[in-house]
Design a protein around this ligand. Structure first.
Ligand code: HEC
Length: 203
């Protein structure tokens, strides 16, 4: 029985015309081309390995789940911030080509709300997640876990949310209470509840 793809045109014809095949069509349809691997209907892609999944699975839950081992201090964060962040976010975190990271607390309900990590973000753990995956913008995912803990500590220190001698880790980061923790409400979608009517409908 031929196994090359020479029968591809015939197979296509049989599928289009008969949906399946009998006789010659049956023969053609029973002979998939040999290069399509078993269990891979389209013959493309590959199974993700456990190590590939682990390298992508870096999101941190608000409660700190999935935070890596390591730690970093405000003092260490100051050094990292000066060399790798200040160029875009300003020497004091008040912004530049990058967002403002500091201040704005107490402004959210005013006519000119200033949304920063310190005033707006509900969880400090999100800061770790964001910096680790996206910053510095010119070299994302280049910082070690220790460096991300440290620079997160420094940004939180600039916002007055941790003391100057703070050391952040998987144990201490989730304990920080952000000022706007209770400023968010749940997403009400779907806001129109479509419940099936079972009796006396429309009466
Ligand atoms: C090349 C410029 C650049 C560098 C360097 C840089 N950032 Fe950013 N950063 C940005 C820009 C631009 C944004 C806004 C991105 C967006 O909104 O999509 C941003 C956003 C952020 C945010 C989110 C702010 C918010 O309220 O949404 C944080 C936190 C942050 N950066 C931290 C850092 C830290 C920490 C470093 C150093 C390790 C760093 N950035 C280095 C340009 C930079």
């Amino acid at each position: 029985m031929p196994t090359s793809d020479a029968l591809a045109p015939l197979r296509l014809f049989c599928r289009l015309v008969f949906g399946s095949g009998a006789g010659l069509c049956g023969l053609a349809l029973a002979a998939p081309p040999s290069e399509i691997p078993v269990g891979s209907p389209l013959g493309i892609g590959q199974h993700a390995s456990a190590s590939q999944i682990a390298s992508w699975d870096i999101d941190i839950a608000p409660d700190g789940r999935n935070l890596p081992p390591g730690s970093g201090s405000v003092a260490q964060g100051l050094e990292i911030y000066r060399s790798q962040c200040a160029g875009c976010h300003g020497a004091d975190g008040k912004g530049g080509v990058g967002e403002r990271l500091v201040g704005g607390q107490g402004t959210l309900a005013t006519a000119n709300p200033i949304k920063t990590v310190g005033s707006y973000w509900p969880y400090a753990t999100t800061l770790f997640d964001y910096i680790r995956r996206a910053m510095p913008m010119n070299a994302p995912q280049s910082l070690s876990a220790d460096q991300v803990y440290a620079v997160s500590a420094y940004v939180l220190y600039l916002n007055g949310l941790v003391p100057q001698d703070a050391v952040l880790s998987a144990a201490t980061l989730p304990e920080i209470r952000m000022p706007n923790r209770d400023g968010f409400s749940g997403d009400p979608r779907p806001d129109v509840v479509d419940q099936a009517c079972m009796s006396a409908c429309g009466k």
